[in-house]
Ligand binder design. Structure first.
Ligand code: SF4
Length: 435
């Protein structure tokens, strides 16, 4: 192989097998795709050791992609259940899975995913370090944090969230400018606490070049974590968030100099009226690097329904240029999601992503909507179920309240506007009353 990463290949003018697959999936000219990869505007996360991967591209000009988080925790240790979630996610067409395991034999589970799962696999090595070293946070050395990154790369992980943007400067700004909800990023809070207790610089920042060398060697896509993402709409767009974003912009450039592919992570909780500006700022500062949003959740008051608050924000974010949506489930803020929560979260994210793709004018995005409208006009219920984003739910709802007239539904019955319009335009009589 005469290239290191997909970006390196693109810069050299080489078309890789992965680029061919992505171009075909996106119905995109391959030269155009190659240019976007060379510019850092599209990434193809594909670790050289994740050989069973079904590759996908991530970038604002491509179809919006979805990530599902799963993994064990001290309170939820069932590995089989997490594997079932992974399988369900793949079967529902999700492109990416992040393993956020923080309990048990994390390496075994991670390796199983990269050996058998075709989705893009992401991890957050910082969580794993705490589990792997079995010692208090303060005693983990800078070297050990970096070693975990290499271990994940060797295990075949395609992208890693690295909380590198919260360096000493950002931490100082954060302390000087009080926030309502402090740092809500799990990784961000861990590294901030480590920096406070040891007095040392963030090791991911200090040894960033070394991490980039690891990413280059395995072609791991760097996902620049946003430790200071707002955890409440009150904190959205504040000094800490923007200070960190500026650092992420600089780190993006440094990664590109080594041909490492980069995704930039974003909010978080954010009011609707701030989302568009936030995306534009990110795209300017990070020069078009794909934006990966964790929501945004547009209100703080809906625990139990945060898949909806996130889908509203996610649709707006993606319509304005975010490329990658991290799903949010109804269990957000409450507990680890179960299988049904995962399904609900995926459906909500798919709706958000699809709505954004229509708004962005992604090639072919409206095709299914057109077919669905034709099926509705023809009162073709089987076709409607087939095209539905959740066929099972659509079918169940109809069966729960069967109409007297098979071609209509129990919403309007004889008053069915579609049926009556089809009839009258066909020269037939419309009675309604005595049918
Ligand atoms: S009965 Fe009403 S809701 Fe049902 S298909 Fe006809 S117009 Fe639509």
């Amino acid at each position: 192989m005469n290239y290191t990463t997909q970006m390196n290949a693109a810069k050299k003018g080489i078309i890789t097998p992965e680029m061919k697959i992505v171009a075909a999936k996106e119905k995109m000219n391959i030269e155009e795709l190659k240019t976007l990869i060379a510019q850092g505007k599209v990434v193809i996360p594909a670790n050289k050791y994740h050989t069973c991967i079904n590759v996908n591209g991530i970038g604002s000009m491509l179809k919006t992609k979805i990530n599902v988080n799963l993994g064990t925790s001290r309170d939820w240790k069932d590995l089989d259940m997490e594997l079932k979630k992974a399988n369900d996610a793949v079967n529902m067409g999700v492109e990416s899975i992040m393993d956020l395991s923080s309990y048990g034999d994390t390496q075994k589970f991670r390796r199983k995913l990269t050996k058998e799962c075709p989705a893009i696999i992401g991890t957050v090595p910082i969580y794993d370090a705490v589990v792997y070293y079995h010692k208090p946070l303060k005693e983990i050395t800078a070297r050990q944090w970096i070693d975990i990154v290499e271990m994940h790369a060797r295990d075949g992980v395609d992208f890693m969230t690295i909380h590198v943007g919260i360096n000493k400067n950002t931490a100082q700004r954060f302390k000087e400018n009080k926030r309502l909800t402090n740092i809500v990023s799990r990784g961000g809070s861990i590294i901030f606490a480590w920096m406070e207790m040891t007095g040392q610089e963030n090791p991911f920042y200090e040894y960033y070049d070394e991490i980039l060398d690891i990413c280059q060697k395995y072609d791991v896509t760097m996902s620049l974590g946003d430790a200071c993402r707002p955890g409440s709409i009150e904190d959205a767009g504040d000094i800490s968030q923007i200070e960190e974003l500026v650092t992420l912009g600089e780190l993006t450039k440094r990664a590109w100099q080594k041909d490492v592919q980069v995704i930039v992570e974003g909010p978080g909780h954010m009011a609707l009226n701030q989302i568009e500006a936030n995306i534009k700022i990110q795209q300017t500062i990070c020069q078009g690097a794909p934006f990966y949003v964790l929501g945004p959740l547009v209100t703080d008051i809906a625990p139990g329904y945060d898949h909806i608050t996130a889908a509203i924000g996610g649709a707006l974010a993606a319509a304005n240029g975010a490329a990658f949506l991290c799903y949010v489930t109804p269990a957000e803020h409450l507990r680890l999601p179960d299988l049904n929560d995962v399904k609900e979260g995926i459906i909500a994210s798919k709706i958000a992503a699809h709505a954004a793709d229509i708004a962005k004018g992604i090639k072919g995005a409206k095709d299914l909507d057109y077919q669905m409208s034709c099926a509705r006009k023809n009162l073709d219920w089987e076709k409607m179920f087939e095209l539905a984003i959740d066929p099972k739910k659509a079918r169940t709802y109809r069966q729960q309240a069967k109409p007297e007239k098979e071609d209509t539904c129990s919403m309007c019955g004889n008053f069915c506007a579609i049926k009556n319009m089809n009839r009258i335009l066909n020269g037939e009589i419309v009675n309604i009353y005595d049918e």
